[in-house]
Design a protein around this ligand. Structure first.
Ligand SMILES: [Fe+2]
Length: 240
């Protein structure tokens, strides 16, 4: 199953879709790419609002979107989530559980855009020891821009037994700041096992799932892409 684990499609929630029209266009593009399921993950920054307030805004935005989707055919299934910016006391927040993706016990976590020094690793390790949830590291490849190495990404992933990593489709699909070879290696060796478009809009950051799939299949083989689909499905499966 093709699942987009990271998107900013909910209207007027964050710096993503500006209105429901744009949301629908993004979802149609994903449907055309064969995406079966989209996880809606607006930014959550604890310094700006509390979890309860965020959830109320998210629900209102979701209801606005659902109202315009009535009667629209061939739209991927939708699940609510959040892209939660890391803060050390996150797991002690009483509403922490409510940030999970749908009915799963996975949380999509965004780490700070900085070089990960030893004190960050120990802070993160402490968080993981206290955290009773499973963690998906959002756009794991983006941290390579800040002086971190693939080994640092692997170290983050091994900071707890419940950590998996997601890569942005655009990072693979577009020639950019990242070495494509380096990124594909992280997929091949299983360091990164999920995909997300991190789509924000149709103009500058559109969904690029199909483009990423093409590159992965061409460079790594169909079986690697199929492994991503199988791992993705397991996460949303109720038995998991
Ligand atoms: Fe994002």
């Amino acid at each position: 199953m093709r699942i987009d684990f990271h998107s900013h499609i909910l209207p007027k929630m964050d710096d993503g879709a500006a209105d429901t029209n744009e949301s629908v266009k993004m979802l149609k593009l994903l449907a055309d790419a064969g995406v079966d399921h989209v996880v809606l993950t607006p930014h959550f920054y604890r310094q700006n609002e509390n979890i309860q307030k965020f959830l109320e805004r998210r629900q209102a935005s979701y209801e606005r979107l659902c109202s315009v989707l009535e009667g629209v055919r061939c739209i991927p299934d939708l699940t609510l989530g959040a892209e939660v910016f890391f803060y050390p006391s996150l797991s002690s927040d009483p509403d922490f559980d409510k940030l999970c993706i749908g009915d799963t016990d996975y949380i999509l976590l965004e780490l700070p855009f900085e070089r990960f020094h030893d004190n960050f690793f120990s802070e993160f390790m402490t968080f993981m020891n206290r955290c009773n949830k499973r963690i998906i590291i959002a756009h794991a490849e983006r941290y390579l821009s800040f002086g971190n190495t693939p080994d640092d990404i692997k170290r983050i992933r091994k900071s707890g037994r419940n950590i998996i990593c997601q890569m942005n489709c655009a990072s693979i699909a577009e020639a950019g700041v990242f070495s494509r070879g380096k990124l594909l290696k992280l997929i091949e060796d299983g360091t990164i096992s999920l995909l997300g478009t991190d789509a924000h809009n149709m103009a500058h950051r559109p969904p690029m799932f199909a483009e990423a799939e093409k590159v992965i299949v061409r460079k790594c083989g169909k079986e690697v892409f199929e492994r991503i689909c199988a791992d993705s499905e397991k996460i949303l499966s109720p038995k998991h």
